[in-house]
Design a protein around this ligand. Structure first.
Ligand SMILES: Cc1cn([C@H]2C[C@H](O)[C@@H](COP(=O)(O)OP(=O)(O)OP(=O)(O)O)O2)c(=O)[nH]c1=O
Length: 187
């Protein structure tokens, strides 16, 4: 099977399931007129999976996309340290939503789903925001933070699947893989 993702987090989490796979990155543009974060995450995951499946029609292909929403605003990956500061300041002291869409293409059939986790940040001081952005950890991550790293210290509360925040919601992934006939942990 093929993981259509360049994300090292997704590679690690899929490897944990004991499923043999290789990585093929789609290069699909992540732009869409869709404003609803759940639908956007689902659509982008489906586009990534289908783009790779077109070139590898006999493989089972899995892809994912993570979208961070705070109020009506969507936060992608910050472009630089200054934008990362602005993102973390925006998330400070409030609850935001992390949506990850997962899509599996197998034998011309596409199955997918979207998982949501609510994450609440502590109220952060300016010094904390500056310090965190300086680590650079958030630059390649939607929302500008990594809950699996130093970013854990920003989080006061989490409601939902933790692996979803890291970009690969395992309960959903395992269900979709099994539905596509892929054995997870030998089952
Ligand atoms: C909020 C948050 C996001 N992230 C990551 C998950 C995703 O890898 C990334 C969101 O970007 P995505 O566009 O979902 O994925 P990607 O560009 O890293 O990889 P690809 O498109 O090739 O699949 O942010 C964390 O690792 N920790 C976090 O706490």
């Amino acid at each position: 099977m093929i993981l259509a993702s360049g994300s090292p987090r997704r590679r690690k989490l899929l490897a944990n399931l004991g499923v043999p796979f290789r990585v093929v990155v789609s290069g699909e543009a992540e732009d869409s007129p869709e404003h609803d974060p759940a639908r956007l995450a689902g659509e982008l995951a489906m586009r990534k999976a289908r783009a790779v499946a077109r070139a590898h029609p006999d493989a089972v292909v899995i892809a994912a996309d993570t979208v961070v929403a705070v109020g009506a605003e969507l936060l992608g990956k910050p472009g630089d340290e200054a934008e990362n500061r602005a993102f973390v300041r925006r998330l400070s002291g409030r609850t935001h939503q992390v949506y990850t869409g997962v899509s599996v293409v197998s034998g011309g059939r596409t199955a997918g789903g979207v998982e949501r986790t609510d994450v609440t940040f502590r109220a952060l001081s300016d010094a904390e925001v500056t310090h965190y952005a300086r680590t650079g950890e958030g630059l390649d991550k939607a929302g500008g933070y990594g809950i699996q790293g130093v970013g854990m210290a920003l989080v006061a509360r989490l409601e939902g699947d933790y692996s979803n925040v890291v970009g690969f919601p395992l309960t959903l992934v395992i269900r979709l893989l099994r539905e596509a006939g892929i054995a997870v942990w030998g089952e």
